[in-house]
Design a protein around this ligand. Structure first.
Ligand code: NDP
Ligand code: GDR
Length: 345
């Protein structure tokens, strides 16, 4: 008998990679997607898993308690990975209530469904370094105090504590993975790394003049998403439920990533000016290829994230392997290929 797993948010970056991993490990996967006017399966198509007979696509919305119960009852999973969320920090300032309902209370719906249908099911909650927000220690580890700086961070903190509360109250095997930023060619284009690599590819191919960004000074700990989903799976195979940080223990600025991406496309840039007047110029042509647009600034910013994944290494045998340079190059090359072929999601 194959094990069943539920993956919420299969149309997202992590959902697609995790489904690929679980199918390779012999699971039957129930991947959930939302009803929209044009459902987007490009990631599972790019991974070539959309027609796998062990993959069942289930229409589901995290904000509905009844369908959460139905999902768990019908899929009969041994493991549930809650990856669905309104995951874009910037949008959470404009849609704080929707973000609370989806990203915060949505996780509670799944915990309730597990408690009611089968409390033996193991549960993974996609927690985030955004919970550290205005950081209280460097680097951040599992017991660093939280200080979220966005409605998204606050909603995720609620879901994080609910996972711990259900672990302690009902003995549910609930794990919380505090994952730092992880990126890939499957990253959504609204997030800064993919926005940069896609724009750099377009500039290289003459399809775009200038990339516009917000805060270049923000520092992030960026890893490769495909490696991080392996860490999620390992958390649910452990002897006891726990909370783990997954990160690379290296931090770089958005500006560094911009330079790395242009370099990866064979364009050398110089940065000029400062603050909102900062720009980057192609040293070969003298053209401005990056400038600041204040509309991309956030009302409150997370300035510095760097995580120490020592606990995950010791207890789960998990560690990141891909360097930021390799990751950036992989993303630039994927975006050059897609843009040459005339499409880019
Ligand atoms: P994505 O934004 O790529 O994917 C989010 C998924 O959630 C999509 O499949 C989306 O569906 C789905 N979703 C959104 N709203 C609902 C809803 N109401 N009901 C059901 N599904 C919904 O995120 P990632 O793959 O990057 O991240 C996965 C999870 O990990 C998220 O919870 C994110 O917050 C968290 N996380 C991510 C990190 C990262 O660096 N990537 C770091 C730490 C945590 P649709 O395609 O229809 O929009
Ligand atoms: P983040 O990722 O907010 O860390 O959340 P994002 O890539 O959106 O921003 C990273 C940093 O870059 C700065 N920035 C810009 N960001 C975007 N999106 N667009 C811009 O034009 C731009 N210019 C500068 C941001 O201000 C920020 O400082 C991601 C998401 O995946 C969350 O779901 C996840 O929980 C965290 O990572 C860990």
């Amino acid at each position: 008998m194959k094990k069943h797993a539920v993956v919420t948010g299969i149309t997202g970056q992590d959902g697609a990679y995790l489904a690929e991993l679980l199918l390779a490990k012999g699971y039957v996967v129930y991947g959930t997607y939302r009803r929209t006017s044009s459902v987007n399966f490009w990631r599972i198509e790019e991974l070539g898993i959309q027609n796998n007979p062990d993959l069942h696509l289930v229409e589901y919305d995290l904000t509905d308690l009844g369908s959460s119960i139905e999902l768990i009852r019908q899929a009969e999973p041994v493991e549930v990975y809650n990856l669905a969320a309104q995951s874009f920090v910037g949008v959470s300032f404009n849609q704080p209530v929707a973000t609370a309902q989806i990203t915060g209370v949505g996780a509670l719906h799944l915990l309730e469904a597990i408690r009611l249908v089968n409390p033996k099911i193991r549960f993974y909650q996609a927690s985030t370094s955004e919970m550290f927000g205005k950081v209280q220690a460097i680097p951040q580890v599992e017991d660093t105090p939280f200080y979220p700086r966005s409605p998204y961070g606050v909603a995720k903190l609620y879901a994080h504590w609910m996972t711990i509360n259900y672990r302690e109250s009902y003995d549910i095997f609930g794990c919380s993975g505090i994952l730092f930023n992880h990126e890939s060619p499957l990253r959504g284009r609204e997030f800064v790394t993919r926005k940069i690599t896609d724009s750099v590819a377009k500039i290289k191919l003459g399809k775009l003049d200038t990339l516009e960004l917000g805060n270049l000074d923000a520092k992030r700990d960026w890893g490769f998403a495909k490696e991080y989903v392996e860490g999620m799976w390992r958390m649910l195979q452990a002897d006891a439920p726990d909370t783990y940080v997954l990160a690379t223990n290296r931090t770089e600025t958005v500006r560094d990533f911009v330079s790395m991406a242009f370099k990866g496309a064979g364009i050398a840039v110089d940065f000029n000016g400062s603050g909102e007047g900062e720009s980057a110029v192609d040293t070969a042509t003298g053209k401005t290829v990056m400038r600041i647009n204040p509309k991309f600034h956030r009302p409150s910013e997370v300035e510095l994230l760097i995580g120490n994944p020592a606990k995950a290494k010791t207890q789960l045998g998990w560690e990141p392997k891909t360097t930021l340079e390799e990751l950036c190059q992989m993303m630039v090359e994927a975006d050059l290929r897609r843009n040459r072929q005339g499409f880019s999601f």
